[in-house]
Design a protein around this ligand. Structure first.
Ligand code: GSH
Length: 223
């Protein structure tokens, strides 16, 4: 029986992706929560594990894996997906390409843009960063329109099965939703509440939320 630990910061989208992958794979682990407010990820004990001081980090038996994509790839290569579900990175070259395409799109068109919207709103600095929020919101809404169109034909971002593409994009959209829920965010068009603006994306988020183990992956300080 393997031992497994996941170092994470609550609410971090990359960490949530790793935790969702563990949930989808049906793998138990010891959660090792680091406190960002205390900069625990920069403490010598953690820098000995990841000198960059970033989370997530997975330790399974003697293997230490840093970087979100590497964690997902390791879990996928090391463990079957339960109940005959396909691997997170696909079975065929075409599936693998679709999955990586979607992941790359999330990285280039959602991650930093949503970060630039949500960071000021979480810090109560919406007015100060209004131009930054507005310009990034336009980009994110354009990308969400493309995702909405994609989800017209498929239930998941890279086809008819859940994949790593969904596990990477989902926490980003949840981060946007949490930022959009702030009073200050009402001054901006952030497609909130989601079901009123993007029906299919909203149904897709419901599908992710129904995954077994979803609750264990949910950011503890959001509960
Ligand atoms: N490229 C890394 C980035 C991970 C990342 O940005 N982690 C953030 C949490 S969202 C972090 O560790 N921040 C702590 C810090 O930079 O001090 C990955 O994908 O794992």
């Amino acid at each position: 029986m393997s031992t497994r630990q996941l170092y994470f910061i609550s609410g971090s989208p990359p960490c949530w992706s790793a935790m969702l992958a563990l949930a989808v794979k049906g793998l138990s682990y010891e959660p090792k929560r680091l406190d960002n407010a205390k900069r625990e990820q920069k403490a010598p004990e953690f820098l000995a594990i990841n000198p960059r001081g970033h989370v997530p980090v997975l330790i399974e038996d003697d293997t230490t894996v840093c970087e979100t994509f590497a964690v997902l790839a390791f879990l996928d290569a090391a463990h079957d997906t339960p109940n005959g579900a396909p691997p997170l990175f696909g079975e065929t070259p075409e599936q693998t390409a679709r999955i990586w395409q979607s992941i790359s799109e999330s990285e280039s068109s959602l991650r930093d843009q949503i970060g630039d919207i949500s960071r000021p709103l979480f810090r109560g600095k919406g007015a100060e960063f209004a131009d930054q929020i507005t310009s990034n919101a336009e980009k994110v809404l354009a990308e969400l329109s493309l995702l909405e169109a994609r989800l017209e034909s498929d239930p998941f971002l890279a086809g008819d099965a859940l994949s790593a593409a969904d596990l990477i994009a989902y926490p980003l959209l949840m981060q946007l939703g949490r930022a959009a829920d702030r009073e200050e965010a009402k001054a901006f068009d952030l497609a909130y509440p989601l079901p009123d603006h993007f029906t299919r994306i909203s149904q897709w988020t419901d599908r992710i939320a129904a995954l077994p183990g979803y609750d264990t992956a949910y950011p503890p300080h959001w509960k």
